[in-house]
Design a protein around this ligand. Sequence first.
Ligand SMILES: [Zn+2]
Length: 358
Amino acid sequence: MKRLFVMLFLFVSLSGCVSGEAESLNATEQVLARPAGALHNGPAFRFTKIADDIYHARGTGALNVGTNSVVIINEADVMLVDSHISPAAAWVLLDELKTITRKPVKYVVNTHFHFDHAHGNQVFPPDVEVIGHEFTWQKLAGTPLEERSYLSFTSPVPGRIEDLERQIAAESDSDARSRLEEQLFVEQNYWDSLQELAPMPPNVTLERKLTLYRGGREIQLLFLGRGHTGGDVVVYLPNERILCSGDLLLPGIPFMGDGHVDEWGETLDALGELDFDQVLPGHGAPFAGKARINHLKSYFTDLWNQVSRLHADGVTWEQAAGQVEMTAHGEFYPQIQEPGVDSRAVRRIYELLNGEVE
Ligand SMILES: [Zn+2]
């Protein structure tokens, strides 16, 4: 096995030298070792063509990939927007990328530091430029495995595995049991993938703007203000009128646990100044137009005002989370079925109100 690995490595290195062409080293061959937790039944990604050489990559459910990514195929290289939730997910993306291109990945953008967008970074070799905001660098170079957003989403995984095992043992219907077994397989692979996690910060950072010209394509990386995190970068393709929004603007309500809910609306205004027709979000399906900017802004304003009142009344954040009433926004956010919001959002707003956030 070891010898095979060495031979493969030599073959890849030599084929790279001999032809001297960028395309000689395709995306899969860039990374040889399959990380733990990369097993999946059927394709893990569905690539939706948005424009010539631009694809939105979304998980099929066969593997926990966390977030969407965007594949931008340039004249000689490829840019990925976001690296997914684990080294396994990033590795499988590279593996499946060969169905749409054999050009090498040269650029990876982290729209922000959150684990589901950046914990695949480690599979990329050092000659790949991993680009993110200075704040994203600070977070990922710090203690990303102690981040509360990471812990709040990953600590329930072992419990979910045990729960699925119990359900499988009790299930008598064979179809239902095999569905549960598939869920368990995905969950177990996700847990396995976390065991090899060694988060890697970007190796190129920006503060405000970075523009890449690749062949005939212009790619703008923009920081327009704080919002979902302290360092959200959007990827804007002015000629194609496409915006890759990360989690700053989603079809649904973004996670607010690390957000700057009081500044987010202003950042969305700056986003609305850009000329784009299509948005490729970090979660959910692509959408057209700018109407969702206003829906999200009015949601934030309403949430901020309600939480501020409860805060002033001395209600705890845990209680406030159950009392906030956002069902009026259900027209645009059908996931809102009843009063109450994510308590992590309310805790964050309390911290902002208390001046506990830099
Ligand atoms: Zn996020």
